[in-house]
Design a protein around this ligand. Sequence first.
Ligand code: NAD
Length: 498
Amino acid sequence: MAIDTKNGSNGTAVHASLDFTTFRNIINGKLVSTTQTRHTPNPSTLEPNPEVPIATPQDVDDAVASARAAAKGWAATPLAERQKAVTDFAAALRDNADAFAQMLVREQGKPLAVAQDELNRAAQWLEVQARLPFPEEIVEDSAERVVKTRYVPVGVAVGIVPWNYPVMLACGKIAPALITGNALIVKPSPFTPYCNLKLVELAQAFFPSGVIQALSGDDNLGPWLTANEGVDKVSFTGSTATGKLVMQSCAKTLKRVTLELGGNDPAIIFPDVDIADTAAKTAQFAFLNSGQICVAIKRIYVHSSIYREFLEAFVAVTKSLQVGDGLSEGVFVGPVQNKMQYDRVRGFLDNIQATKATIAYGGATTDHGDAPAVQGLGKGYFVQPTVVDNPPDTSRIVVEEPFGPVVPLLKWDTEEEVIARANNSDAGLGASIWTKDLQCAERVAAQLQAGSVWVNSHLDLRPDATFAGHKKSGIGAEWGVEGLRSYCNPQTITLPKA
Ligand code: NAD
């Protein structure tokens, strides 16, 4: 599906249309090829996706130099103009949402409806952040003086994006970086480079050259960017293990760092819930995007008085979730995104079997030579949604984040006990409480160690609310006004009146 991007105010050689067959890096407003290329497989069919560039150290230096050159003029552009450019970019993204969603299914594996929802959210994350008020703060305004704190762009930022929600999470970085007057280099995951490259290609029509660039590469690229002296800030979304490496690397040049890392979200189910309704909702929040969401439900604590009934209802819903290629009608659970992650999820299933925990439903995967096949599925990285029946708290599926469609249900008896067990994790990203008693819900919410807590819902993220991980789920915050500030250095000016 071809659309017009035109040549923007930068007047550079950007493609006249987005064609989704050729993919190049975007450096200083130009589409740049590399000598070496690579591609990923479609995770449903294992058919090859198109070739993408492998950026070199020279490409990194070129992009950083262009970003440094562009950052000055962009910082001097009035806030309202920057906000308008981001809003116009969002409109173009909406105009092209169908083409992006099709590509997203082919590179990420998610069902088309989930891809369309991601595109809608991506545009929303641009639009809403572009409307957030971002005034200077007046600390004192007396007869003698004015003291005010303003927020100055850091300069050049790098956004490192994971493979689970590549478009939305990239837009979650593009919006605050550009609205606050920084230049940004987007680094997609090597597993999902396609939509991110097209996103930045599309953006060229709305921003001066060098303000937003994209580099796709192999595993060397992230470390090259985090080590580069010309980069002032890194906003990273990914695993906790990689987050530690990013922080180590950034420490050498004292870059500003925001880390959005892994989660192990508990959902606490009280005995007064509507069992069928709550089981249906929590199953969807556990298996959406094949469980590959940082804030998916990953541990479900169910009060012992309703445990059996809830488990049966949960299994019935899980059975009804259709597994398959994201482009097939009615599919809810697509493949796991890549072979590495598929093997990791298989490792959890092996561990569940080895420790003789009870699988209430599921456990099958695509046959890659040594596993039982999910009936009727193609060659891809499919894992049947799997429900584990009350495994020990010390088991791997409770302690670690599987990042796949496998979820344990666990029994609890007292409020104090379940709060302690929910908090007994290195992760502190999201959590939810399910009850009709809203006083109880608020009391429990206040005791949970998590950056986002929902009542009778989960995963209800908003671009205008601060999103931040507690404990090893992150450092700093994204989105909302806090997210805008995270791309700035505060500057307090004291001005005498006389
Ligand atoms: P990952 O850590 O493997 O990779 C994330 C990104 O970091 C990729 O772009 C990758 O190329 C890059 N990278 C890898 N090594 C690097 C290095 N040494 N230096 C710089 N960059 C490097 O994560 P993933 O597997 O893509 O994503 C899954 C994880 O991300 C899960 O743990 C999930 O919970 C987490 N996640 C967190 C959030 C959040 O907002 N908190 C959102 C989505 C995903």
